[in-house]
Design a protein around this ligand. Structure first.
Ligand SMILES: Nc1ncnc2c1ncn2[C@@H]1O[C@H](COP(=O)(O)OP(=O)(O)OP(=O)(O)O)[C@@H](O)[C@H]1O
Length: 359
């Protein structure tokens, strides 16, 4: 069967003019992004704050015209065929919809009609989605009287009302409590399982990307630094982290020498062992096999342990290996960078909800 490409982007660039007092600077928010997403894939687009996730999404959803580069989405060019792109996709933005004082069901029907649906069809489809997204009984509730999780699911109903084959979700679970997040994950997984939809979601939650995605694309400073399954990305991080907690501080050096001899970095001549208080840590390839020998060695030397922990690599380790920074540190620094960006100019396209095309 021929694989259908839902997103195909080459060399996407977005620059913004930004002003700090009198000084104008150019921010290269997206700096040459290539993307290929096949039909039915669930792709997690991961990166720290300010990495360029939302800007990429806004170009792919036709809300922002690329400064350079080309992209087709659902087979249509994002610049020349933006209306066809809009009709083919669902977009659930980071901020969520701005709901009026209307009842949830009426909002949903109006939204469907904006996409050219007949009122009866929009109502039938809206009610079906309410059922699938656990919003039964809330059709006549005002959105302002819903919980955060319910409102986020209502955003998703809005994004799906016209039955798009490709859905963009921008940080779908930001601001939700853990239970509401887990619940929403189920619904996102169902988009593909039950509807066969292709899903492209941005997140800076590592566990979310890991849990939901067939493939993870990592962006940093506007450039793609990795694209693979979570398993493969983690397999490229060299080794599991072995953390020994020693009973006596006097044994730290001796334990470090022993752990160092089996550490990954020992092979590449790097500094293999980290010491912090009574803890000695190093990355060890196939720790499951190497640890029993290490324990025997420590036992023979009369070194006793308070604890030993072995951690499999996480997506944060992947990011650290690729960029030299942890995702969490990267979040902090980019948040500070963003503080002066408020007075920026850029080419906005009209809002997506304003598309009232006849089908
Ligand atoms: N309208 C704008 N004007 C000026 N700079 C902008 C504008 N929008 C985004 N930027 C800058 O472009 C960069 C990328 O921003 P973007 O919102 O795409 O990042 P992100 O990865 O989605 O971040 P977050 O996770 O915080 O949503 C940041 O440095 C941001 O400050």
């Amino acid at each position: 069967m021929r694989e259908i490409v839902m997103i195909h982007a080459r060399g996407l660039v977005q620059t913004f003019q930004s002003r700090e007092g009198k000084k104008k600077t150019v921010v290269r928010a997206v700096d040459g992004v290539d993307l290929d997403v096949a039909e039915g894939e669930v792709v997690g687009f991961l990166g720290p704050n300010g990495a360029g996730k939302t800007t990429t999404l806004r170009m792919l959803t036709t809300l922002l015209r690329p400064t350079e580069g080309t992209a087709t989405v659902a087979g249509y060019d994002v610049v020349r065929e933006s209306e066809q792109v809009r009709r083919s996709i669902g977009y659930v933005s980071q901020a969520g919809g701005a709901f009026s004082a209307a009842r949830a069901g009426d909002e949903v029907v109006d939204h469907g009609m904006l996409y050219g649906m007949k009122e009866s069809a929009a109502k039938a489809r809206g009610q079906e989605l309410f059922e699938q997204l656990d919003l039964d009984g809330l059709w006549t509730r005002m959105p302002k009287n819903m919980s955060g999780g319910q409102r986020r699911r209502l955003d998703i109903v809005m994004g799906l009302i016209h039955d798009p084959t490709l859905v963009f979700l921008d940080e779908p679970t930001t601001g939700l409590d853990p239970q509401a997040r887990a619940n929403l994950w189920e619904h996102i997984a169902d988009l593909r399982r039950k509807r066969g939809a292709t899903v492209f979601l941005t997140t800076h939650y590592l566990d979310e990307a890991d849990h939901l995605s067939d493939r993870i694309i990592i962006i940093d400073h506007g450039r793609i630094v990795a694209s693979d399954t979570s398993e493969n990305l983690k397999a490229n991080v060299s080794g599991d982290l072995v953390d020994l907690e020693l009973s006596s501080a006097a044994d730290v050096q001796s334990a470090a020498t022993r752990l160092g001899s089996i550490a990954e970095a020992a092979r590449s001549g790097g500094d293999p062992v980290e010491i912090e208080g009574n803890h000695v840590r190093a990355r060890v390839a196939r720790a499951g096999r190497a640890v029993p020998g290490l324990l025997a060695d420590l036992g023979t030397a009369g070194i006793t342990l308070e604890s030993i922990e072995v951690h499999r690599p996480t997506l944060d380790d992947v990011f650290l290996t690729l960029t030299g920074r942890s995702l969490r540190d990267a979040q902090e620094t980019t948040k500070d960078d963003q503080a002066s960006d408020e007075s920026a100019d850029h080419t906005e396209q009209p809002a997506l909800a304003g598309v009232g095309q006849e089908k």
